[in-house]
Design a protein around this ligand. Structure first.
Ligand SMILES: Cc1cc2nc3c(=O)[nH]c(=O)nc-3n(C[C@H](O)[C@H](O)[C@H](O)COP(=O)(O)OP(=O)(O)OC[C@H]3O[C@@H](n4cnc5c(N)ncnc54)[C@H](O)[C@@H]3O)c2cc1C
Length: 366
């Protein structure tokens, strides 16, 4: 039976960042069930490099977003990944929201994001033209990144260090013998066993399903999973925005905000909808909700130019309240060499390299 030091399940941005980083120290294989990497959440998101403003100060999300952002910008420069520190404007549309904006600025400062600035009315009109805002805050460290090129750069780093990426290979189960895992994989329809000392479950929306197939892991360490769909509408034609425009956050997401891709295409979203099955199909009925949300801050929206686009699904661990990433090692679940990543929703793309660094530290490789 083939033996490897580390097996990573799932070639999304997070699994690839982990595999690329661990390959500096170790033999690594990363497997992907699909024929191409990153086809789930990692290619169905806003591609925003988040500053780290919103999350509670002592959360993993804050810690990993703030350090991940710096690591990501550095990595993108080194690997020539298209990225643009385009900046974003957070806007409030009434006095109540302005109070929330002040709270967010304080929150950001506590999180180590001390570059936010309140904009004067003239600056606000320049940075967020045509918007109906009573106050605005500028976040200069927010950016946009090409998520596909980012994942490709992680793959390149992995192969530079002689790590391996195998597609069309599905994790089926793992038996732990106290020292290592005997992992069963389905490679293009054929079952195959491989031994590894370290098993990293970075399967995103399938992380809970994979965890259930690891015999030594007690079920009480596997959190519930709720699919929360986020849909986007793209805006055809000319628009006045050069920066990202974010209204005040909603309960399960950051609100229907305006983002740009690296080609300058404007899109709006994502909204939030809990669904029972993994289903990315677009829902045109959401258009009215989008129009109502957007005209609150951009009254000149031409709704005819809004076209239904793609959707992504957040791996929520609960339906209500804020939640953090869960990254478990043996100190939590008692299984030596096993790391599970659950609930890696936003800002997982931004945080991917910091998550990889945390996993490296958990494995005491550094
Ligand atoms: C609507 C939306 C908007 C977002 N916007 C942003 C943003 O602007 N900025 C940001 O930083 N973050 C954002 N995020 C979060 C970010 O996209 C995710 O945190 C990140 O992509 C998660 O990556 P991942 O590798 O954990 O998961 P995934 O990308 O889902 O990858 C998991 C991989 O595992 C594979 N897999 C699953 N099961 C198996 C198996 N049994 N065997 C082999 N392979 C398997 C899957 O096929 C998949 O390719 C957003 C998320 C959503 C949903």
């Amino acid at each position: 039976m083939e033996q490897i030091e580390t097996l990573v399940i799932g070639a999304g941005a997070v699994g690839l960042a982990i595999a690329a980083t661990l390959s500096e120290y170790n033999d690594v294989i990363i497997i992907e069930q699909n024929s191409r990497f990153g086809e789930h959440t990692s290619s169905r998101n806003s591609e925003v490099v988040h500053a780290g403003i919103y999350y509670p100060t002592d959360s993993l999300k804050t810690q990993l977003c703030v350090t991940g952002k710096a690591l990501l910008y550095k990595h993108c420069q080194r690997y020539h990944v298209p990225v643009h520190k385009i900046g974003k404007v957070l806007i409030s549309s009434n006095e109540h929201e302005t109070a929330k904006l002040h709270t967010l600025v304080k929150q950001a400062k506590n999180n180590g994001v001390s570059d936010l600035q309140f904009l004067s009315p003239i600056e606000l009109a320049n940075r967020a033209p045509q918007t109906k805002a009573v106050a605005g805050v500028w976040s200069p460290s927010t950016g946009i990144v090409d998520s596909h090129q980012l994942m490709l750069s992680y793959l390149n780093k992995l192969s530079e260090h002689n790590g391996h990426y195998v597609s069309n290979t599905q994790f089926i189960s793992a038996q732990f013998d106290g020292l290592q895992f005997i992992v069963t994989l389905n490679c293009d329809g054929e079952l195959f066993n491989i031994k590894c000392k370290t098993l990293i479950n970075a399967a995103g929306l399938f992380a809970q399903a994979c965890a259930q197939k690891i015999d030594a892991l007690a079920p009480n360490y596997i959190p519930a999973l709720h699919y929360c769909k986020g849909q986007y509408f793209s805006y055809q034609g000319r628009h006045p925005f050069k920066h990202l425009i974010y209204p005040m956050p909603e309960q399960h997401g950051l609100g229907i905000h305006a983002t740009l891709d690296l080609a300058g295409q404007l899109k709006f979203g994502p909204d939030t909808e809990f669904i029972s099955h993994l289903d990315y199909s677009p829902n045109i009925k959401a258009k009215t909700h989008f129009v109502n949300a957007i005209i609150k801050y951009w009254p000149q929206l031409d709704s005819e130019r809004l076209q239904i686009s793609y959707s992504g699904i957040r791996p929520k661990l609960q339906k209500y309240g804020s939640q953090d990433f869960i990254i478990q090692d043996h100190t939590t679940h008692g299984v030596a060499g096993l790391i599970n990543l659950f609930g890696i929703e936003s800002p997982g793309l931004t945080a991917s390299l910091a998550i990889a660094k945390l996993v490296t530290n958990m494995l005491k490789l550094k």
